[in-house]
Every structure is written in C-alpha cells, then in structure tokens.
Design a protein around this ligand. Structure first.
Ligand SMILES: Nc1ncnc2c1ncn2[C@@H]1O[C@H](COP(=O)(O)OP(=O)(O)OP(=O)(O)O)[C@@H](O)[C@H]1O
Ligand SMILES: [Mg+2]
Length: 315
C-alpha cells in the first residue's frame, strides 16, 4: 500500500533557502530522498554551478551540465544552467532552427543574460518550474511530480523567487511576460509551491530566518511552509550533572572542558530555538547535529530518516 504522503511534499515545487552554510543542500537532498522513497518522481536542482548532490547521495557521476541524471528509483538531479535553459526555451519560440543557431553563435543569449539584471535568476527559476510541467520544452521529456530547488541563500534566494514578478511587470506582453506570469502564479500559490527555510540555532541564522519569513509575506504575499531548525546538539546534561563531572578528578580536564563547552553551546541553542519557535508562523521541525564531520551518503540517509519521522508526526 502506498504510504501517506507528507504535506510538504504535496506540491509541484519546493524551494529550500536560508542563511549560507546552515544545511540547505543537505535538507534539499534529504527531502528528495524522502519524496522518492514515497514513490514520487522527484528531481532535485542545484544552482550557480553547484553539483554536490549526486555525490552526497552516493551516486558516482553528476552528469553533464543541464542534464537530468537519474540517481535512484524515482530520483533525479540536475544543475540548472541559465544559458542552456535560455537556449532550450528559445528553441520553442525561435523558428526556423537556423535562426536559433544564428542567435546562439552571435552570443545574443549571453548578452541577454548578462545585460538584464536578474536574467540568470529568472531563467533558473523558470527552468525549475518547467521541470514540473507536463508539457516540457523538450517534447520528448516528461514532467516530474516534484521539483526540489536548492535555492541560493536568503536575500539572493528571495530575489530569485521575485524575479518572475519583476519581469512580468517590465515585459508586460510577449513570450517573456507570459512565461514569467506562469512562474509567478506557481510561486505565489502555497498549495503548488512550498518554501522551506533552514536555520541553525544561532543568533544570526535565526534572525535571518525570521526576516526571510516576514519578507516572503510582505513581498510575495505568502509565508514559508516549513522551518527546519538544523544541527541541534543533543547534550542531555543538566547543570548539576556537569558540576558533578567537574569534581571527578580522574576525568581528563580537557575532556571535561570539551563537555562543558558543548553544554553551554547547547544552552545557547535552546535560547535560539525558543526565539525561532515563538517567531515561526509555520510548522517547525528540529533535526539534531548528526556528525562532527561532513555529511556523506550514510549520514544523509540518517537525516532523511529523521526528517521523514518529524514530518510524519506533523501530518
Ligand atoms: N544535521 C547536520 N548534522 C551535522 N552536519 C550537518 C547537518 N546538516 C548539515 N551539516 C553539515 O553542515 C555543512 C553545511 O551544510 P550544507 O552544505 O548543506 O549547507 P548549505 O546551506 O547548503 O551551504 P551553502 O550556503 O554553502 O550552500 C556541511 O558540511 C554539512 O555536511
Ligand atoms: Mg548549499
């Protein structure tokens, strides 16, 4: 029997953003594992030339730029290349083919991308949306059930989500305006598109997460759908136990100092978790720090398992 799907996965596009270094790529990849385990045909998209996810998932190759690489059953990955996306899209609009080739050779696409502020972001988000469409730019390709976008950090991520609106207003009519309006509609619809904010439990990332949440509401008329508080230190000590440890002289003082420092970091995290919880206007889930090294395929499976369990509790 098909398992019940988690709420957050019931949409066409999930954009994952948050402050730099908080775990966006890890959470985007883990969400993709959870979705594909539920037999949802899922593609996870990296941007800005990043191609970390295939290796993170344990796949030996990343595929050519712009290609959709199958990593596992119901799971694909791609790195969106705005220039390739523009050529692909233009292929639908510019006929005959010789004219398209001329436009490619004359570098006019690169000109558009570099001249139009936000052009790269528009093409990136437009390509992400295109991956979920039944009618793809490539007539032979099928749309994915779910697209997960490992979006740029905070301000840049929000700017990317806003570019379709900006371009639709500037272009007003014609194919760019129509395309931008379609994507704008998708992003504004909180049933079709979900926004996941990732934060660690430190002051600046929590501030940024709460600011992002407010900016999404003010600038896009929609909130975030899930906040992931990532990297909670599971300390388990209370103050009394720590003082007891400190009095046991046989224990290496360096080890005791390390335990004490971990304990005080964990207390600071609890303060930040309280702030995040009280400011969050959407569901929040907490994931522990699972390793002190970089997350690899085994750890990613562990994060995905924890994420699935936390999401199941919410649905
Ligand atoms: N729950 C976790 N436990 C332990 N380590 C984690 C956890 N989540 C992420 N990490 C580690 O934290 C680091 C940053 O994670 P990640 O690359 O996913 O962040 P990011 O937000 O995508 O960063 P960037 O802004 O550079 O793209 C990585 O080394 C990753 O392995
Ligand atoms: Mg990243």
């Amino acid at each position: 029997m098909r398992k019940q799907q988690h709420d957050i996965l019931n949409c066409e596009l999930i954009a994952v953003t948050g402050k730099g270094g908080v775990g966006k790529t890890t959470i985007a990849a883990a969400l993709a594992l959870v979705a594909s385990a539920e037999k949802k045909q899922t593609i996870v998209c990296e941007v800005s030339g990043q191609r970390r996810i295939p290796a993170l998932i344990g796949h030996p190759t990343a595929g050519a730029p712009g290609s959709e690489e199958q990593l596992a059953r119901d799971l694909w990955a791609t790195t969106i290349d705005p220039e390739l996306a523009l050529v692909e899209w233009a292929g639908k609009l510019i006929r005959p083919r010789a004219l398209l080739d001329l436009a490619v050779r004359s570098n006019s696409f690169a000109g558009f991308i570099n001249a139009a502020p936000g052009g790269r972001e528009l093409l990136t988000i437009t390509k992400a949306a295109e991956l979920s469409r039944d009618e793809r730019w490539d007539d032979d390709a099928d749309g994915y059930e779910l697209v997960i976008l490992d979006a740029p950090a905070s301000g840049h991520g929000l700017a990317m989500l806003k570019t379709p609106t900006t371009f639709a207003q500037i272009a007003r009519v014609g194919p760019i305006a129509n395309q931008a309006r379609d994507v704008e509609e998708l992003l504004a619809d909180d049933q079709r598109c979900k926004v996941v904010l990732v934060s660690t439990l430190e002051e600046t990332p929590v501030n940024e997460t709460l600011e992002l949440q407010a900016a999404l509401a003010a600038q896009m008329g929609r909130g975030a759908d899930l906040i992931v508080a990532n990297g909670l230190i599971e300390d388990g000590l209370d103050g009394g136990e720590l003082s007891e440890l400190e009095t046991v002289s046989v224990i290496d003082p360096i080890a005791v100092a390390a335990i004490a420092s971990r304990h005080s970091r964990s207390l600071l995290q609890q303060d930040q978790l309280r702030r995040l919880r009280s400011g969050a206007q959407c569901p929040l889930i907490v994931l522990p720090a699972i390793t002190s090294h970089a997350v690899g395929p085994d750890e990613l499976q562990q994060v995905a398992g924890l994420l699935a369990a936390a999401l199941a509790q919410r649905s």
